[in-house]
Design a protein around this ligand. Structure first.
Ligand code: OSB
Ligand code: MG
Length: 376
C-alpha cells in the first residue's frame, strides 16, 4: 500500500475578522484583517488547514491579499493539486521557481504540513521536531494616541501575565514612550520594533535607546539596509533584531556575514512557510543567535502553526503568540488559543490540535474559490 499523499481539491476562503483593539505601527493602522484560509483535501477526505496572513496593503511586505490570492490560485495550488508526495518539503519544492511571494507560499505550505501531520496521526509540533510542551508568549503593542493610553495597555497585558512587552516605535513616538514604560516597569522584559522606518540619519537618535535596558531593537531600518543595521549594532549594547530583512536563509547568511543582528524574529509567513522557517531556526541556532517567533495577528490556524514552530528548541525568547482574545472576540479555532500567565500549551493532538470552526469561517467569508478536478 502506498504511503503517498495526494491533494484532490483545494479551497480559498477570504475571511474578515474585526480586531478587538485597533493596531497602529510606523507604517499602517488596522481595525480588521482579511486573511486567506487555505483548505486542502486529500483522497481519503482528510483536511489540511493553512492561513495566508498577508496585510491588506503592501506596507509590511510587498504582498497584499489580492496578490496572495492570485499567486495561490495561479501557481501554488496547481503545483499541489494531483501531485503525489510523501513529505511536505517535496510540495514546496514544486513551486521553487516562484520567486518571493512568501506569505502566499506560507499559507499553502502550512496547509500541506497540517494535512501531513493529520494523516500521519501526529501533532504539527511533533511533525516539525518540536521539543517543548509549552511556549512563552509576549505581547506586541501598537502606537497609542497618548503615553497614558500606552501605559494603561501595558498594565493590562502585564496584569494578564505576559512576561515580555514589545512597543511599536516611529519618529515622534520612540524615546518618550520607552522612557515612560521603563520608569513604570524597571524590570520588565521590554523591546521595541520600528518596522523599518528609520534611516542612517537617525543613528545618533536611536543610540539614545541604549540606556533603557531593552532586550532588542527590532528592524529599525529598511528591509534591504543591512549595512546600517550593522553600523548600529557596532555602536550600541542593545541587540539588534531583524524581521523584514530576512525572507530567506540566504538573507540570514548575508546578515550574519555583516554582523547585522544578534537576534532573529522568525515568522512563518515572511519565510514562506514552515519548512523555510525551520531551516532558518536551524541556521540561527548554529550561528548562536537568539530566536523567537514573530506574528502577523494570525487567526487561530496561523497562530497554532506559530505555537508549533515555537516548540523547536532554538526558540528561547518569548514569541508573539499571545492568546486569541488579545486580537479577536471569537477565533476560528475551537477552543481558542489561551495563555496562562503568558504560557501557551503546545497542542499534543493530531494535526493543528484544535478544531477549525467551519461555521465561523463561513459566516465571515467575503470571497471564496474552489479548485479541483470537478472544477477543471
Ligand atoms: O513587525 O512584528 C511585526 C503585526 C503586523 C505586522 C508586523 C508586525 C506585527 C506585530 C504583531 O508586531 C505581532 C502579533 O501579535 O501577531
Ligand atoms: Mg517586527
Amino acid at each position: 500500500m502506498s504511503t503517498d499523499l495526494k491533494v484532490v481539491s483545494a479551497r480559498l476562503h477570504r475571511v474578515r475578522m474585526p480586531l478587538v483593539h485597533a493596531f497602529r505601527t510606523s507604517s499602517h493602522r488596522k481595525t480588521f484583517l482579511d486573511h486567506i484560509v487555505v483548505e486542502l483535501t486529500d483522497a481519503s477526505g482528510a483536511t489540511g488547514w493553512g492561513e495566508i496572513a498577508s496585510s491588506s496593503d503592501p506596507f509590511y511586505a510587498p504582498e497584499t491579499v489580492e496578490t496572495c490570492w492570485h499567486i495561490a490560485e495561479r501557481y501554488l495550488l496547481p503545483a499541489v493539486l494531483g501531485a503525489t508526495w510523501e513529505h511536505p518539503e517535496q510540495v514546496s519544492a514544486r513551486w521553487a521557481k516562484v520567486r518571493g511571494n512568501q506569505f502566499a507560499k506560507a499559507g499553502v505550505d502550512m496547509a500541506v504540513w497540517v494535512l501531513w501531520a493529520t494523516v500521519r496521526g501526529r501533532s504539527l509540533a511533533a511533525a516539525l521536531g518540536g521539543t517543548r510542551s509549552d511556549v512563552v508568549a509576549g505581547v506586541s503593542l501598537g502606537i497609542e494616541p497618548t503615553i497614558d493610553d500606552l501605559l494603561a495597555e501595558v498594565e493590562h497585558q502585564v496584569a494578564a501575565g505576559y512576561p515580555r512587552v514589545k512597543l511599536k516605535i516611529a519618529p515622534g513616538w520612540d524615546v518618550e514612550p520607552v522612557r515612560a514604560v521603563r520608569a513604570a516597569y524597571p524590570e520588565l522584559d521590554l523591546h521595541v520594533d520600528a518596522n523599518g522606518i528609520y534611516t542612517a540619519a537617525d543613528l545618533a537618535h536611536l543610540r539614545q535607546l541604549d540606556e533603557y535596558g531593552l532586550t532588542m531593537i527590532e528592524q529599525p531600518f529598511g528591509p534591504r539596509d543591512l549595512l546600517t543595521h550593522a553600523a548600529l549594532q557596532r555602536t550600541i549594547g542593545t541587540p539588534v533584531c531583524l524581521d523584514e530583512s530576512i525572507e530567506t536563509v540566504d538573507d540570514l547568511e548575508t546578515a550574519l556575514a555583516l554582523e547585522a543582528l544578534q537576534v532573529l524574529n522568525i515568522k512563518v509567513s515572511r519565510m514562506g512557510g514552515l519548512t523555510a522557517a525551520r531551516a532558518a531556526h536551524d541556521r540561527a541556532q548554529d550561528a548562536g543567535l537568539r530566536v523567537w517567533c514573530g506574528g502577523m495577528h494570525e487567526f487561530g490556524i496561523g497562530r497554532l502553526a506559530n505555537v508549533a514552530l515555537s516548540s523547536l528548541p532554538g526558540f528561547t525568547l518569548p514569541s508573539d503568540v499571545s492568546a486569541s482574545e488579545k486580537y479577536y472576540a471569537r477565533d476560528i479555532v475551537e477552543p481558542a488559543v489561551v495563555a496562562v500567565r503568558g504560557v501557551v500549551q503546545v497542542p499534543g493532538a493530531t494535526g493543528l490540535g484544535h478544531t477549525v470552526d467551519r461555521a465561523l469561517i463561513a459566516a465571515n467569508t467575503v470571497d471564496e474559490l474552489a479548485l479541483g478536478p470537478e472544477q477543471e
